[in-house]
Design a binder for this molecule. Structure first.
Ligand code: SF4
Ligand code: SF4
Length: 210
């Protein structure tokens, strides 16, 4: 008995499945051939996705890195020397005085909180609309935004070190000159000390008499 009921159930299941298939044969296909139709989604305003840094406007202030709760931003800077003019930022015309020798964001650690975006004084770090950026290797998710190579960074470090060394020599020389040209002071002598009140003072024991 169980044998025939199993056959009946199997046949009815197959018929049900085929009915569904036949019903959908003439309908519009809904399967998305990902990843070809990429821009099908309209992202909500202020969606948080991949970060981008416009290094032309970065002044190396480090505010974004300090705001990051997971420490995934690493910035290194070198002070420029007076002979170097780094110009101003395109937004807000802020004067640039630091060479940004390293600006890395580890997007594998990023939690997309956007806390780095708000404190930026030149609005050069932004969330983009790019959300598809998977990588087979984690290290590929460390984005290097600094625009200079290691040789140029080393050159700026060296320039700064030379400038500071020269400034130190100059300061030491000026201090030595000042010391050499300082006017000679009066010969040191012990100032006469005021005499202790004498018991023989005419005013001693001259209080009112009673
Ligand atoms: S979005 Fe958040 S976690 Fe990602 S880099 Fe900015 S502050 Fe750090
Ligand atoms: S806050 Fe903006 S200007 Fe300052 S270091 Fe970060 S990206 Fe550059």
């Amino acid at each position: 008995m169980g044998y025939f009921s199993d056959i009946t159930r199997g046949l009815s299941t197959a018929v049900k499945g085929l009915t569904v298939v036949i019903r959908h044969l003439g309908r519009r296909k809904v399967t998305r051939q990902y990843p070809e139709p990429k821009n099908e989604y309209i992202l909500p305003e202020r969606a948080r996705n991949r970060l981008y840094v416009n290094m032309d406007d970065c002044i190396g202030c480090d505010k974004c890195a300090r705001a990051c709760p997971v420490d995934c931003i690493e910035i290194e800077t070198v002070k420029s020397i007076p002979e170097e003019d780094l110009g101003v930022t395109t937004r807000f015309a802020k004067k640039k005085s630091l060479w940004v020798t390293k600006f890395d964001i580890d997007m594998a650690k990023c939690c997309y909180c956007s806390l780095c975006v708000w404190p930026c004084p030149t609005e050069c770090i932004v969330m983009t609309e790019v959300f598809e950026f998977s990588e087979p290797k984690r290290e590929n998710l460390i984005y290097h935004y600094a625009t200079m190579d290691a040789a140029e960074a080393e050159l700026h470090r060296q320039n700064r070190a030379n400038y500071e060394a020269q400034a130190n020599v100059q300061r030491a020389k000026q201090a030595a000159d000042r010391a050499a040209n300082a006017p000679a002071g009066p010969p040191s002598s012990t100032p006469p000390s005021s005499p202790p009140p004498s018991a023989a003072s005419p005013w001693a024991n001259k209080g009112p008499k009673h």
